[in-house]
Design a protein around this ligand. Structure first.
Ligand SMILES: Nc1ncnc2c1ncn2[C@@H]1O[C@H](COP(=O)(O)OP(=O)(O)OP(=O)(O)O)[C@@H](O)[C@H]1O
Ligand SMILES: [Mg+2]
Length: 490
């Protein structure tokens, strides 16, 4: 008994069970076996399960003739997910005699013979392990997770072997992955669904699906879950739900959350000599009989600056304030809300993607002037690249420090995660009980770029990079490595 195959223990209860296919999967099964298949479409359409049934059929029909199947995914976790699908399927059909060895990734014990290997492939270096090996069927799930089609093309060269066994590749992908653009061009743009076409000397068929055709899931619940998972990105929801590949053309990145009516506020007009801290101090109102009422001020505002540094690209700086839960100029900002109060931009006014090549000392001067106006010390966070030292051992952060402006790198983490958080906060702007991100009308660069930024062609979950300096600096403002005051103390 293979030690790590837990299913082997179920041997006694085994009864052969029929497998059922959805209409989509039946249609995929009807595609001639020597044609390669691209399974495209939204989430949950039954693509992975479809691959599993095709693998099984291949092994049954051609096992005795030397069928060899390779399944690859980019991550180990992905491979394990697929092993679970195979286990379920193989158990139904063959019972526990078919076993998986998790150490080698190889299945054994097929009644008709045949070879099936599950392996992980994420980089060019890893392709080495497949070099010189032959397979009659190569399956690659979630190809949208590959940045280019290079590895898929390399794998194609392993498709060879006995003449009697048909050879094919099967790939599957959802829209909106990092490889969205090449998958779209290669398998969606020119392909008529379910019709054969030639690509690189092979015949391919593109088979689209959506969860609506998957009769094996609770579709109402699945729709609810998908919608909730993409709550702040309705374009992504569209891609996942209806399998649309035109998300990249589907409008601006912040279109659905950046509503100026909720997010924009009139810049604070501090009277001469009044600091920001004094300006936001709760004002008591007379309630008669000598009683004066004011909002509690147990916790103060926190002010700081954030910067996305650029020399030939624009350098954008925001003066930010975090609200303790307070009303300013008649507007309520729930606790934790972040306000971009003022902006410095070195971009050319008519060429927003070009910076005016200002030296650190000059930018530092502008920052100090802005901070002095608000009575705030010139300190805050900046992009991680500013911490990198040049050949003289001096970083941009160091140079700013010698000019009296103090930054630390914000440790920005994943961009995509940052955008999701930013969307959430923009979306929550204007709500009474949730912290939002608010941007003053003084932030000219922000308002002339952010509403129009498109999606990245390469990765639709990210945005198009040319004018991202303003939103980058805004993103640094909402990144908090830790919350110094998770709860109020009374
Ligand atoms: N023929 C089938 N019999 C039983 N269950 C099925 C069948 N086809 C699909 N399912 C179930 O439907 C769900 C979604 O299927 P699957 O994972 O294959 O979809 P997918 O298109 O690969 O999804 P994703 O886009 O998330 O990768 C799974 O839970 C799977 O077990
Ligand atoms: Mg899948």
């Amino acid at each position: 008994m293979v030690k790590n195959d837990t299913l082997a223990e179920l041997e006694f209860g085994y009864r052969e069970e029929p497998i059922q296919l959805s209409p989509f999967q039946l249609r995929v099964a009807a595609v001639p076996e020597s044609w390669s298949i691209a399974l495209t479409g939204g989430r949950g359409g039954g693509k992975s399960y479809s691959i599993a049934t095709l693998i099984m059929r291949h092994l049954v029909k051609y096992g005795s003739l030397g069928a060899r199947v390779l399944f690859v995914r980019q991550t180990h976790q992905g491979c394990e997910d697929f092993v679970l699908i195979l286990r379920e399927l193989f158990m139904k059909v063959w019972g526990p005699s078919v076993r998986y060895n998790a150490n080698t990734g190889i299945w054994s014990g097929f009644p008709q013979g045949g070879y099936l290997e599950i392996n992980q492939l994420s980089s060019y270096a890893e392709y080495g392990k497949f070099q010189g090996r032959s397979y009659s069927m190569i399956c690659c799930d979630e190809i949208g997770q590959f940045v280019t089609d290079e590895l898929i093309n390399l794998l194609r060269s392993n498709l060879r072997g006995a003449l009697e066994v048909p050879k094919r590749m099967i790939v599957a992908s959802n829209p909106a992955g990092i490889g969205h653009s090449w998958v779209y061009r290669r398998f969606v743009l020119k392909a008529n669904p379910w019709r054969p076409y030639d690509a690189d000397g092979e015949t391919w068929v593109t088979c689209p699906s959506t969860f609506e055709g998957n009769i094996f899931i609770d579709r109402e619940k699945y729709l609810r879950d998908l919608t909730a998972a993409c709550a702040h990105d309705s374009e992504l929801a569209r891609a996942f739900i209806s399998g649309d590949w035109d998300v990249v053309r589907g409008g601006a990145f912040f279109a659905h959350c950046l509503d100026a009516a909720r997010v924009m506020f009139p810049a604070w007009r501090l009277p001469e000599g009044v600091t920001a801290r004094a300006y936001v101090r709760p004002r008591p109102t007379r309630a008669g009989r000598g009683i004066r009422l004011a909002e509690p001020d147990v916790e103060g505002w926190h002010f700081w600056i954030t910067m996305d540094w650029g020399y030939s690209a624009p350098c954008i700086i925001y003066l930010c304030g975090r609200s303790p839960g307070a009303t300013v100029d008649g507007r309520w900002y729930p606790r934790g809300s972040v306000l971009l109060l003022d902006e410095i931009s070195t971009a050319h006014t008519d060429q927003l993607h070009i910076g005016s090549e200002m030296a650190v000392a000059d930018v530092a001067l502008l920052i100090k002037r802005m901070c002095a106006q608000y009575g705030i010390s010139p300190a805050g966070t900046c992009d991680d690249a500013c911490g990198i030292r040049n050949q003289d051992g001096v970083s941009v952060v160091d140079t700013f420090a010698t000019n009296g402006v103090y930054f630390r790198e914000c440790g920005k983490g994943s961009r995509i995660g940052g955008w999701t958080h930013m969307r959430e906060m923009l979306n929550d702007a204007g709500k009474l009980d949730k912290p939002g991100l608010y941007v003053s009308d003084a932030a000219r660069y922000f308002w002339s770029t952010a509403p129009f930024i498109g999606r990245s062609m390469r990765n639709p979950e990210d945005l198009d990079g040319a004018l991202d300096h303003g939103v980058d600096a805004a993103r640094y403002a909402i990144i908090q490595r830790h919350n110094p005051k998770p709860q109020r103390e009374f």
